[in-house]
Design a protein around this ligand. Structure first.
Ligand code: C5P
Length: 201
């Protein structure tokens, strides 16, 4: 039986960490769908036409591509507003969601568009300031030269673009459980997410 867990939300709300922990807890696979858009964004920065890049994308080894930079994140949110890019990536995501045993998919539109029938849906969020502080700490730890104000402005710009695009905008599904991590540490956030999913199993 397939059991799909959809985890959506804005950048740096804790989605990635929560999704990995939930997948490990329930022993299912995890697809970070942001990596698909990041890969297309990276190819656009390298001069490839985004729709061509999306149609040709091979979603293996994306983790190894160094896609977690600020420039690639902004490029990802630009290509993610192109309907043909989104539609080129749908089948791969839906096939992953139906894997035997179940799967966690995290992104922006999993509960609304990719898997509206998902058995469990979470929308993980936090204030823009908290998210920017977390992202800044990550970038700083990774040696990137940036400052908090720049990261906050980038975060707000990307949220705005993601939430106002006409195709699959960032928003919670009606039946999603909202998990605000602004005042939670990561262990508490993971525990709450696991409890939400466990109640649906
Ligand atoms: O989650 P991450 O920050 O890696 O996502 C990068 C960008 O990819 C997002 O800002 C968003 O524009 C896009 N994205 C999307 N739909 C998804 C996942 C990511 O539009 N399911």
């Amino acid at each position: 039986m397939s059991f799909t867990i959809a985890i959506d939300g804005p950048a740096a709300a804790g989605k990635g960490t929560i999704s990995k922990a939930v997948a490990a807890h329930f022993g299912v696979g995890h697809l970070d769908t942001g990596l698909l858009y990041r890969a297309v964004g990276k190819r656009m920065l390298d001069g490839v036409e985004p729709i061509e890049a999306a149609l040709a994308l091979v979603a293996e080894d994306l983790e190894a591509e160094g896609l977690r930079t600020a420039d690639v994140a902004q490029a990802a949110s630009k290509v993610a507003a192109i309907p043909e890019v989104r539609s080129a990536l749908v089948d791969f995501q839906r096939a992953y969601a139906r894997r035997a045993g179940g799967a966690v998919l995290d992104g922006r539109d999993i509960g609304t568009v990719i898997c509206p029938e998902a058995e469990a849906k979470l929308f993980v969020t936090a204030s823009a300031e908290v998210r920017a502080r977390r992202r800044y700490a990550e970038l700083y730890a990774g040696g990137a030269e940036t400052d908090y104000e720049t990261v906050l402005a980038d975060t707000k710009e990307r949220d705005h673009r993601d939430a106002t695009r006409s195709d699959a905008p960032l928003r919670p599904a009606e039946d999603a459980v909202i998990l605000d991590t602004s005042t939670l540490d990561i262990d508490a956030a993971v525990a709450q997410a696991i409890a939400v999913v466990a109640a649906k199993r």
